[in-house]
Design a protein around this ligand. Sequence first.
Ligand code: SF4
Ligand code: SF4
Length: 423
Amino acid sequence: MIKRSFIGLKKPRLEYTKLQGSPPALKEIPTPDRITLLLETPLEKKNGQINSGDAVKTGQILSATKDVACVSPVTGTVSTVTDWPGDFGCRYTAVSVEVAETEMDETFGSISQNLSLEDAIRYLSSVPGKPPLKMFTDPVVEIKTIVITGIDKDLSITTNQYALNTDTDAVKEGINVLKKMTGVDSFILVVPSELAGKAQATDALVKTVGAGYPSANASFIMQDIIQEVVPAGKTPEDLGYCFMSAESVASIGKSVQSGQITKRKIITVIRKDGKTSLVSAIIGTPISEIFKTCDITVKEKDRIVFGGPMTGSAVYCEDHPVLPDTDAIMVQDSGDLPLVSDYPCTNCGECVRICPAKVPVSMLVRFLEAGQYQEGADMYDLYSCIECGLCSFVCPARIPIFQYIRLAKYELDRVKSAEEANV
Ligand code: SF4
Ligand code: SF4
């Protein structure tokens, strides 16, 4: 919900959407005839472990390389294995499976009660919510606390609130599994005040977060709730805190309890008129199936966004599959799109006033527009940005500031990785 002030100098206040009362009905998207799974490795690095024509069972590991794996949520035959370009230079291997009658792979069930961290990484890293389990094997960083977020990262989304509200026991079980597997025994569950009562049943330390955006951003949770400041350019993980969504912890709990890997992702669908509904879909379902079930018509030039209105990213085809971390799908009508422009900055200062990280945005953006990323980082605090998108939201010149910032960080990371590789 957006509340704009009538007094010009007051900042607009944006609030997270909260699930009030009993949770709404979850619409189940039927299993499609074909799913597509995106493996996080480029096709040319695939070493022949999955090929078209292969038969797969539900719960079977599909791996492109020794380290990159995901679990098939369906039984069927691999029809294609192709390259799939993603955002910011990411490249995936897309594995499409023609769905047949369910036949279970029993391997996970036989090991689920004594799951090692290595097995959990292979079997549970691609469950709904995408828990970052690999983080616990980092030789440099020791995770001491797991922070579970029972609130969603962007506006209009209620996916994780729903998961916590309806799967409280599974979250509790997930915490027990994580304790055993990782040795971490400090768990903080961050929730909106409405869910504090439910959250107490999980045995985690419950903390409530304010309604104003972006108080659920990891940097703000660290600063305001945990009272540790994340230095610019660092992450909570660098300080020993691992953030996981409530849905991902519930998925771990449910999978281990039942011996069958959870495969249905909860998704908030944000319609063209801003109304929202919650659906569940098997990971890999083409989003066109969700539109069909929800009676949403997507016309040419309408925009489809994965994520929420402040920080989501556009996707370019209705064949795009649901991913393990697709918390929301938003459809915007072509006539209502907040267009960007190449108007020059008018120096109004709105972006500076609203920036919660106190970045001198109006100066920073001048350097980023000119491609001077390193100067932007050295002189104008690029790495203090917590990527909330508020500056783009208020900019009257419609400069895509948030996109410039993400591009700048990506380019600087790329240069750094290339330099490290050369060394
Ligand atoms: S996205 Fe913009 S408003 Fe948000 S922290 Fe970064 S610079 Fe500040
Ligand atoms: S809000 Fe936009 S126009 Fe105003 S100072 Fe910032 S970048 Fe310039």
